[in-house]
Design a protein around this ligand. Sequence first.
Ligand code: SME
Length: 158
Amino acid sequence: MNYSLFCESLDALIADVPYPLAVLSNAAAFLYESLPDLNWAGFYQTDTNPAGERVLSLGPFQGKPACIEIPWGKGVCGTAAALDQTQLVPDVHEFPGHIACDAASASEIVIPLHKADGSLWGVLDVDSPVMGRFTEEDRAGLEEAARILEKALSSALP
Ligand code: SME
C-alpha cells in the first residue's frame, strides 16, 4: 500500500473544505474505496447522550449501518477514546467487550482524532472481514491520515 500517495490524495480531497460533514463524508468514502479488504470505515465523535453520559456517537461512514452510540471505554472505539491511543486489533473476537456492529468484522484499527486545542474530537474506525488485516505499516499510514483529518477539521467551520 502506497501510503504516501494515499495521504497526498486525502489531503487534496479534504484540505480547506469549510464543512466538517463534507470533510468526514468524503474521507470515509476515500478510505473505503482506497484500502483493500474493508467492510467499514468511518467516524465516531465524542458526545454527551441525553442521560448526560460521555459517549461516542456515530458519524459519517461507509459500510453497513452501525451502532449509534458507544459507551466511553467500551469496545475497541471506546477504548481508543478513553486511552487516547490507537488500538490495532488483529482478532476482534479476542478483544474484551468488542462491539460487533457487523458480524463479518474480524480485525480493526481505531485511531483517536484531536481538535486544535489537543482535546479528543473522536475516532477513526476501520474494520476488515480479514483476520490480521492491519499491520504496523497500516498503523503508521493511518496515523498520518489522522493528522491530515485533524488539520482539515480544525480549519473547517465549527
Ligand atoms: N467495532 C467497534 C464498533 C463499531 S463498528 O464495528 C462500526 C468497536 O468495538 O468499537
